[in-house]
Design a protein around this ligand. Structure first.
Ligand code: ATP
Length: 226
């Protein structure tokens, strides 16, 4: 069995008096796609944010590649997010002033890759996601489905070990949603990236290797790896 890459254990998080997580655990192995399911407000996004080191849990631990994320400095944590993790959100969150190819190149540029090389790699990714034709357009000039494919290209261009996708198809019609999931799933398998996929849609979760359900801030992960 592939070794555990990312392990969240007994995570708790309160927002004021609202409990968002109440003892949630999740193990992600290298290269697997895990769907995090559950009703609205159950704590799925909070779990994703804790696993990705964006939100610090009040209690519990997150271990990535054998390192406790909570014991890292802010600088180490942001370097980890930039180099080892990729993110796709519900509304692409592309930078409106940058062209699509510049958006995809951004994580590489932030990591010191020269513009020409960064844009060459970005164009390859746009082609893989079948949106090479929008490279020179601004996000405001393309459709929602194209925008999500550009966002997936941006998440994968650094060849991350884990892609966190929070309702990546939530703003798309079902045809476009299926296409984005197909392309995201294929790209992840090609590069060996694990995917943590938050969704409430069973059709989207069907692209995952397994499902974990979050209910009232507690998740049941039936396949914990010691
Ligand atoms: N930044 C925040 N400030 C205050 N409360 C929050 C915050 N983020 C989440 N919550 C609350 O924590 C609980 C869990 O929210 P979370 O967004 O994790 O759920 P979710 O399952 O992802 O929901 P949805 O499917 O609607 O996106 C909810 O009650 C929510 O209102």
């Amino acid at each position: 069995m592939t070794e555990a890459l990312l392990v969240g254990t007994d995570l708790h998080k309160m927002y004021g008096t609202t409990p968002a997580l109440r003892g949630s655990s999740l193990t992600v192995r290298a290269g697997e796609i895990v769907a995090v399911m559950g009703s609205s407000g159950s704590g799925k996004s909070t779990l994703l944010h804790c696993l990705a080191g964006i939100v610090r849990p009040d209690d519990g631990t997150v271990v990535y590649a054998g390192r406790l994320i909570s014991s890292m400095t802010d600088v180490e944590r942001s370097a980890l997010r930039r180099r080892d993790f990729g993110f796709v959100f519900q509304f692409g969150q592309l930078v409106p002033e940058l062209t699509c190819v510049e958006n995809v190149a951004l994580p590489l540029r932030l990591d010191g890759v020269r513009r020409k090389e960064a844009e060459r790699r970005s164009r390859e990714w746009l082609d893989r996601l079948e949106v090479g034709d929008v490279a020179g357009k601004l996000p405001g000039q393309i459709s929602g489905g194209q925008g999500q494919r550009v966002a997936v290209a941006r998440a994968l261009v650094t060849e991350p070990k884990v892609v966190f996708a929070d309702e990546p198809t939530g703003a798309l019609d079902s045809l476009n949603g299926e296409k984005v999931m197909q392309l995201l799933g294929q790209a992840a398998r090609d590069t060996g990236a694990a995917v943590v996929l938050v969704t409430h849609e069973p059709r989207v979760a069907a692209y995952a290797d397994r499902e974990v359900v979050v209910r009232d801030g507690a998740s049941l992960d039936l396949e914990r790896v010691a």
